[in-house]
Design a protein around this ligand. Structure first.
Ligand code: UDP
Length: 242
């Protein structure tokens, strides 16, 4: 069952259910991928059919931002389970993988960041195996996929920013032998300690996006799609927009 928001179908599942699904995928050695779209990406999908298909074909489509929850509510098809931020999904999965001696490959961000994130994650989740790391500024995806396959991880974090990471997963999943890949944006920068997440106060109020704009004003242009998204959802609700 998916909740359709401007053409993108979201799973209405809690964090616990999302982790359960991920663990099932990993234990069955399925080849699956997870995406965590925010309103910016849903907005992009309106014009980019290929991206929309990639996202809708994902095995898990998790509602990353408060904007998605708000959009679903306005459309009259609420996401009862609330939001499942990508970075929290990754953290919760690491906590379980640490207990089961599972492994992760960290792909993305500037050179050195994935190594630093790996070191931090090993401290935060003793038992979690870092199968390998690679920065996000590579040119040869075939060689990279071979390196990832040789490392044989249970889970591949793809942090190239959206929509680059979703396109990369879709283009390369056939050559990857990894049970679960997930597009997780700037999460490696946060795990490495290079970027601070919004204080819990902002997170609880669903204002993480506002904190990011304050901290990184260059994101403002990108973030303009948020009010456009909300406006469009409202127009859709009253039957004006298609
Ligand atoms: N990035 C990358 N390769 C690229 C472009 C970007 O690895 O070719 C990384 C970048 O260094 C950063 C992340 O992708 O770590 C994007 O972070 P951002 O917070 O902008 O992601 P979002 O979740 O907002 O898409």
């Amino acid at each position: 069952m998916r909740v359709n928001i401007l053409g993108v179908g979201f799973n209405d599942i809690s964090m616990e259910q999302a982790i359960q699904n991920a663990l099932e995928i990993i234990s069955k050695r399925e080849k699956a991928y997870c995406v965590t779209p925010n309103p910016e990406i849903v907005w992009l999908c309106r014009k980019n059919e290929a991206l929309r298909d990639i996202i809708n074909n994902a095995d898990l489509v998790l509602p990353d931002g408060i904007g998605i929850i708000l959009g679903a509510k306005i459309l009259g098809t609420p996401l009862h389970s609330g939001r499942v931020p990508g970075i929290d999904f990754a953290s919760a999965l690491f906590a379980v993988l640490a207990k089961t001696k599972g492994s992760v490959f960290l792909l993305g961000a500037k050179p050195g960041v994935a190594d630093k994130a790996g070191a931090e994650l090993t401290l935060m989740y003793p038992g979690l195996a870092i199968a390998g790391v690679s920065d996000g500024y590579f040119t040869d995806s075939v060689a990279l996929a071979a390196k990832i396959n040789a490392a044989n991880p249970d889970f591949l974090m793809v942090c190239l920013g959206a929509p680059k990471q979703e396109l990369w997963i879709s283009e390369n999943i056939s050559r990857l032998n990894v049970p679960l890949c997930a597009g997780l944006g700037g999460s490696l920068d946060v795990f490495a300690g290079n970027v601070k997440r919004a204080p819990v106060f902002f997170q609880k109020l669903g204002l993480e996006w506002l904190y990011r704009i304050i901290k990184e004003p260059q994101r403002l242009k990108r973030s303009l799609s948020l009010p456009l998204f909300v406006l469009f959802v409202m127009l859709r609700r009253v039957g004006i927009a298609r």
